[in-house]
Design a protein around this ligand. Structure first.
Ligand SMILES: C[S@@+](CC[C@H](N)C(=O)[O-])C[C@H]1O[C@@H](n2cnc3c(N)ncnc32)[C@H](O)[C@@H]1O
Length: 438
């Protein structure tokens, strides 16, 4: 066991198993795989902080176990960089800091390849990108009172308990610093009494957008409003909101994409890291290539619509969230780009095949649940080129089955922008096979 890894020399936090209830007996088990959550699995028992191939001593209780010691470590095991990670603190921000980053990326890539095979495709060479530590530009953190004062942090895995955070290896430094400064000043910023707030932070191109949840805006006194405004000034925030209500807007939070300046709605969707966004955009735009018309479905604020429009393509962007729709319209207008923005619930009211048939390409990027009905309509339309973007290989595989009879998977990009978690982003480029009409 290399120094610093968990093993007999580093005893884990004592477990509470209820008064008088003996803890489950220690067993030696071999980990056979990682679940999508990043937890090691021994058969059907989940053991956090373990890796495939490892022999560990653990207390098993039903379908879950608590690893007590690693008896034989996997070659991919490394010393986790963060003191809050692991069976001791159990910060829920990361699941896999004990895994070498190259091995982590290889595991994610293998899951995507397996999903594509399940969907019925031959897998082309795969491009990969991994975001570096300290690059996550949006987060929701809990602010809570502890015996020694106010602290902020992520919740523990599978629990509402908050792990006070001294350092963070995933958040960008400006985001982490902003949360720390807010926690330090919070006694004077928020109404007295139990503080039970969440901080939603987004680092935009014009500054940090901070939204405080769990605090009643109407209950803020003049002194607290002034203190919050002062905090926004001192911390150089772009905007500070309490719930949905912007209290201070020093500069409108916005993304600058090419010539476009796109307002960022409060708590709106933005890809998790700037470099991840660039890798996804590159994969989509290169995959789509030079086309005259493209539909971008689940378009958000235009991460793909705007650069596609900048190539000269006529773009139809469809999105369900009203604030994203209006942001995308403003962004397109700011750069003089011709984007037709449609507000539509694509789950209950997918765009029909006959309306998609006129497009040379379709991009779709649904939430984790996927977009079964919309994907079926795109496949039925016979669009020549499809870029499917997804954060869930399982639902992506299900949605892409509709294409396997008539399309080839010609490019596959795996983007690991949620470093040290089980999450994956994928861009799959599908080309319709030529049909011999004779
Ligand atoms: C994964 S995000 C992708 C956004 C955008 N493509 C990007 O990369 O920034 C999914 C988007 O789908 C939108 N969405 C969720 N449910 C929807 C629905 N039923 N109909 C239309 N859009 C929906 C969300 O508001 C969000 O903007």
């Amino acid at each position: 066991m290399p120094n610093g890894l968990w093993g007999p020399a580093v005893p884990n936090r004592p477990r509470r198993h209820g008064s008088g209830v003996p803890p489950p007996a220690l067993k030696t088990v071999i980990i056979d795989r990682l679940a999508a959550s990043g937890e090691g699995m021994a058969g059907d028992v989940a053991l956090p902080y373990t890796l495939p191939g490892e022999t560990v001593r653990a207390r098993l209780s039903g379908k879950r176990g608590e690893m007590e010691a690693v008896l034989a470590a996997a070659p991919a095991r490394v010393t986790p960089p963060c003191p809050h990670f692991g069976p001791g603190a159990q910060c829920g921000g990361c699941a896999l800091q004990h895994m070498d980053r190259a091995a982590l990326l290889a595991w994610k890539r293998a899951r995507v390849e397996a999903a594509m095979l399940r969907a019925g495709f031959a897998v082309p060479p795969v491009h990969t990108h991994q975001s570096p530590p300290r690059s996550r530009r949006r987060a929701r953190l809990a602010l809570r009172r502890f015996a020694d004062g106010l602290h902020f942090g992520f919740r523990q895995r599978r629990s509402h308990a908050v792990v006070p955070m001294e350092v963070c290896h995933i958040l960008t430094l400006p985001l982490f610093t902003c949360a720390r400064r807010f926690a330090e000043a919070a006694e004077g910023l928020l109404p007295k009494g139990a503080i039970n707030a969440d901080l939603v932070l987004t680092e935009t191109d014009t500054g940090i957008d901070l939204m405080i949840l769990g605090v009643d805006e109407g209950g803020l006194g003049l002194a607290e409003r002034e203190a919050l405004a002062n905090f926004a000034e001192v911390a150089d925030l772009a905007r500070l909101s309490v719930g949905e209500i912007p209290l201070v807007t020093r500069t409108p939070p916005a993304m600058r994409w090419g010539k476009a300046s796109v307002p960022v709605p409060q708590g709106g969707f933005l890809q998790a890291t700037a470099d991840g966004e660039a890798a996804l955009r590159m994969a989509v735009c290169t995959g789509v290539g030079a086309v005259r018309s493209v539909a971008d479905l689940f378009a958000g604020i235009g991460t793909f619509s705007l650069p596609l429009a900048a190539t000269g393509a006529r773009v139809l962007a469809a999105e369900g969230a009203p604030d994203a729709v209006s942001a995308l319209r403003t962004g397109a207008a700011s750069a003089g780009l011709a984007v037709d923005v449609l507000r539509r619930d694509l789950f209950t009211d997918p765009i029909a095949a006959e309306d998609l048939a006129a497009f040379e390409a379709v991009v779709f990027d649904p939430p984790r649940a996927g977009a079964a009905a919309q994907a079926a309509a795109i496949a039925e339309a016979g669009v020549p080129l499809v870029a499917a973007v997804s954060c869930q290989p399982g639902t992506l595989a299900r949605d892409l089955r509709a294409f396997s009879a008539a399309y080839d998977l010609t490019a596959l990009t795996v983007v690991d922008q949620f470093l040290w978690s089980g999450h994956i982003e994928v861009v799959a480029i599908l080309r319709r096979r030529h049909v011999n009409s004779s």
